[in-house]
Write a protein that binds this ligand. Structure first.
Ligand code: 6J7
Length: 160
């Protein structure tokens, strides 16, 4: 048997802390979303809805966030770290580096438009934090943005 010492907080106090933590997170997300150039066209109300539904995810250096060919239902905004976007070249089975993305950049819209298949790999090249948005919220809150819906990658796209 060991002696245990516990600290306890009451319901009221716990709920106040949870509420404040949520409010602080929400304010932090709002500030961040307002700093993303592509989201400048979104209203305060839309940004607030986004901040409500976003989920924070974390990745280690080298971890695949998105894998080419896999099905996907989520849109990502990078809030911390760097990622590499790569693509398998069907001609020679080699992996081509397309670009590097960092804080404020986003990806994953392709699988949410038309076919639900990921068209490139996105690999963490650092400790990465992403804010993830589900297909439904993407559709309602983000897909109307020209920047996102008309994003072209012709410069680097590998053709079969
Ligand atoms: Br970022 C980025 N650059 C490219 C590119 O040059 N070609 C393709 N196909 N995708 C690119 N991406 C992003 C885009 O958001 O990588 C994501 C991979 O998952 C893609 O969306 P996705 O196909 O859902």
């Amino acid at each position: 048997l060991v002696e245990v010492k516990l600290w306890a907080i009451d319901r009221q106090c716990f709920q106040t802390i949870m509420m404040r933590t949520g409010l602080i997170k929400h304010a932090e997300y709002m500030d961040f979303l307002k700093s993303v150039p592509s989201f400048q066209g979104l209203s305060e109300e839309t940004l607030s809805k986004l901040a409500d539904v976003m989920e924070e995810t974390h990745y280690e250096d080298g971890e695949f966030i998105v894998r080419q060919g896999a099905t996907g239902d989520t849109f990502f905004i990078i809030s911390k770290g760097k990622v590499n976007v790569t693509q398998e070249d069907p001609a020679n089975q080699e992996t081509a580096h397309l670009r590097e993305l960092g804080r404020g950049d986003w990806f994953g819209e392709r699988a949410l438009q038309g076919e639900d298949v990921r068209t490139a790999n996105v690999v963490a090249s650092d400790t990465v934090t992403c804010l993830v948005i589900d297909r439904d919220s993407f559709k309602h809150l983000i897909s109307g943005l020209d920047d996102v819906s008309n994003k072209g990658y012709e410069d680097a796209e590998l053709k079969a």
